[in-house]
Design a protein around this ligand. Structure first.
Ligand code: NOJ
Length: 745
């Protein structure tokens, strides 16, 4: 006898069509992807692994238009970059919808520090140490980019960098793996928001995997040679943190690692990323990096390059056309297994399903939404606030800053004062119609001062030339003023991709201009706008007040005005050590002690030092001043020993002993005194941002557990070892209090 259960009754009530629809809806994305793959020809599959550029901003040779369109209509192109705006992305999506299987296209873009609203460059954002603010910046970037048809941000760049000659330091978080990991995860969360499928969420693309930041000599695209221990310990953690935060994709780096190009590197892609880390997202090559394996001397020709990259685990070929021209043949010849292609296609289609593009390929194409993102006041406010937090006060003798808004006459001098685009920095999205919305430094200052204040201006010189004919006017203007504000630095195209510099001084004759103004005897404030740490010893030694203002973006002028006139008390702290000379590079705080450490700065007698230079950097990692002063108490530990299951609490009280309310970033460092592998003299293991009113004291507490004491041993096992540790808490990596404790096993 057949018993009919209530569940079955319910099914009987449904029409057959409804039944199948419900069943289809219940299918997981994996099942849906599999059923699409079953319908695809090999040519269509390879098309999904091919990516071309539109003509917005190319950093290599591009594929001609006609050819692209034919391929899109044939369903043989999976994604594009540099196609921006609803109008353009919709046009191309329409072409894709004419293809046999109507598989939607993905549109990627370099959204490096904002989209319509330009935020400070990432290295500047890192100086804020403000993780929620950094996450919010990416949330805004994602909201704006997704409204312009973009599904995929080629960011965050999480390459650890110790060499400021490398122009791409501007895109990252600096030299520390701990801080870099926190920022990497925050930026992924910001881009992906509440998850793919929401129309304001874009796929993050963590780059450049891996070790790109260690390009030899700081020369972009150069080779990387490092121990696997260094790779695991310093260069991989930010990538791991980003993967753990759910990053949807990763991008290969251009470099080779110990002789194997990253794009064809089995160990990096299959063993680590897709193996140990179980990464399920998409791996895209960098621009042309599949084909570049020929020039590396790793692949004989394009076919060999395609084979090596696909087998190693690079899913999408950006603009080298090696996959497009060779993968079908390689599969037919049995040199690349169909399963390798299927796995890559599966990753790509999964993301397209997760983004909701199979349900509605035009869901990111809404003109109204796009318009509403232009000049959005809430976004501008966030950009201004993050810009304020990114500015670093390097020096402030005799409290020259903040300036009074009532100052009678202020001379504002230098090539950046009225500059528009240079505030945006490299990798900003250039919107010609939006350039009027960038607040110049001149406007920012003008908006602050009283109506009785006389503002004088002289450019003095251009950023990078030898013509000093403007000096006389600048000196004259300075002579008339009570105080001089100078704004100098690097032009927006002097740091960034392919922008390595062997000399990282102030370009052109800007330093000579500063000297000429200083010679007037007037009090001078220098603001340095740059995409990297520069070397500026004369300025650092002679000018009383120095602000490092990086490239701050759309709201640069307002943020600078806020800081100069005390509406915001600066709190930024540098996340790369600033070298004294280029010859000192690489200089980084978490170095080893060596067998012959110098006893002090002047100790140069058969110790590890130069005979003509101190070992310490000009400004250390974590350094940055405030208009107020913070006084640290002594560290109090609740216990002097701990076991692997235990914890130690370290407390310290900090008092604002100056004259302004202000924010301080309290930093915790640890040193393992004796271990099977030599440990650095300090490693950042925690930080807290606190706000203290004038006169206020707060106690900050850090909890130390075994995890904070682990490292990669010689067999690349991540372990802790018993013994003595030093614990430091302070205001930067050099100025710290210290205590000791012991780990027992
Ligand atoms: C090359 C750069 O290295 C990479 O970061 C960028 O995403 C691509 N070009 C696309 O523009």
């Amino acid at each position: 006898m057949i018993t009919i259960k209530p569940k079955h009754l319910c099914l009987l009530a449904m029409s057959t069509a409804q039944f199948f629809l419900a069943a289809a809806q219940k299918r997981t994305i994996e099942q849906k992807v599999d059923s699409v793959i079953k319908l695809m020809t090999l040519e269509e599959k390879v098309g999904q692994l091919n990516q071309y550029s539109g003509d917005w901003n190319h950093t290599g040779p591009i594929t001609e238009d006609g050819e692209k369109q034919t391929q899109i209509r044939k369903g043989q192109l999976g994604s594009m970059l540099n196609v921006v705006g609803v109008e353009h992305t919709r046009d191309i999506q329409r072409m894709a919808m004419q293809s046999r299987l109507k598989i939607p296209m993905l549109f990627g873009q370099d959204v490096i520090h904002g989209f319509k609203t330009t935020f400070p460059i990432p290295l500047a954002q890192a100086a804020s140490w403000d993780i929620p603010a950094i996450e919010q910046a990416e949330r805004i970037a994602a909201t704006e980019a997704s409204a312009s048809g973009i599904h995929w941000a080629f960011a965050p760049m999480v390459d650890l960098a110790r060499d400021p000659r490398w122009g791409r330091v501007m895109e990252g978080a600096g030299e520390d793996p701990y801080l870099g990991s926190k920022i990497a995860a925050a930026r992924v969360r910001g881009f992906q928001g509440k998850g793919l499928g929401n129309t304001d969420a874009v796929m993050a693309c963590v780059k450049h995997f891996a070790a790109y930041g260690a390009a030899i000599g700081g020369r972009d695209y150069n080779a990387v040679d490092m121990s696997y221990r260094t790779l695991w310990e310093y260069y991989l953690p930010p990538f791991k943190a980003a993967v753990d935060a759910g990053a949807a994709s990763l991008m290969n780096s251009f470099n080779d690692i110990n002789g194997i190009p990253a794009t064809g590197n089995n160990y990096i892609l299959r063993t680590i990323l897709k193996g140990k880390w179980n990464f399920k997202g998409v791996v895209v090559s960098d621009w042309g990096s599949v084909g570049e394996m020929i020039k590396h001397g790793f692949a004989a020709d394009e076919k060999d390059a395609a084979m090596k990259a696909a087998i190693a685990g690079c899913d999408i070929d950006m603009e080298s056309r090696c996959y497009k021209n060779n993968l079908v043949q390689l599969v037919k010849e049995g040199k690349v297994k169909m399963s390798v292609v299927d796995e890559a296609v599966k990753r790509v289609l999964t993301k397209k399903f997760e983004l909701g593009l199979f349900d509605d390929p035009y869901r990111f194409c809404n003109e109204q939404r796009e318009q509403s993102q232009k000049n959005n006041p809430a976004h501008r406010k966030a950009a201004r606030e993050l810009s304020e937090k990114s500015i670093v006060l390097l020096k402030n003798e005799n409290n020259l800053l903040p300036l009074s808004k009532q100052t009678k006459t202020i001379a504002v001098i230098g090539p950046f004062v009225k500059s528009v685009r240079d505030n945006l920095g490299f990798w900003s999205m250039e919107w010609p119609d939006d350039s009027s919305t960038i607040v110049t430094q001149w406007e920012g200052i003008k908006n602050k001062v009283s109506i009785d204040t006389k503002l004088l201006y002289a450019k003095g010189c251009n950023i990078n030339d030898t013509d000093s004919s403007g000096f006389a006017e600048a000196v004259e203007v300075a002579r008339q003023a009570d105080v001089v504000i100078m704004s100098v630095g690097e032009a927006r195209d002097m740091s960034g991709e392919a922008k390595s510099r062997s000399s990282i001084r102030l370009p052109g004759i800007q330093e000579a201009l500063i000297k000429a103004i200083h010679a007037t005897g007037k009090p001078v404030i220098v603001m340095i706008n740059a995409g990297r740490p520069l070397v500026f010893n004369w300025v650092a030694d002679n000018i009383p007040s120095i602000l490092y203002t990086w490239w701050l973006g759309t709201e640069a002028g307002n943020a600078i005005g806020d800081v100069l006139f005390g509406d915001y008390n600066p709190s930024g702290k540098i996340t790369m050590s600033f070298p004294r000379t280029e010859g000192q590079i690489p200089v980084y705080y978490n170095h080893q002690n060596t067998g012959r450490p110098a006893a002090n700065e002047t100790d140069m007698n058969y110790v590890s030092s130069y005979i003509d230079l101190y070992n310490s950097p000009k400004f250390p990692f974590g350094y940055g001043l405030s208009y107020t002063a913070f006084t640290y108490g002594d560290i109090v530990l609740d216990n002097k020993t701990m076991n692997t299951k235990g914890k130690i609490e370290a407390k310290i009280s900090i008092t604002n002993t100056g004259n302004y309310d202000g924010e301080e970033t309290v930093q915790l460092y640890i040193r393992d005194m004796v271990s099977s592998v030599v440990r650095p003299v300090k490693e950042l293991k925690g930080f807290q941002k606190i706000f203290l009113k004038k006169g206020e004291t707060k106690t900050v507490s850090f909890i130390i557990s075994e995890d904070d004491l682990k490292f990669y041993n010689n067999d690349l096992q991540y372990i802790s070892e018993s013994g003595d540790f030093k614990l430091f808490i302070g205001t930067n990596s050099e100025n710290v209090k210290e205590v000791s404790f012991r780990l027992l096993k």
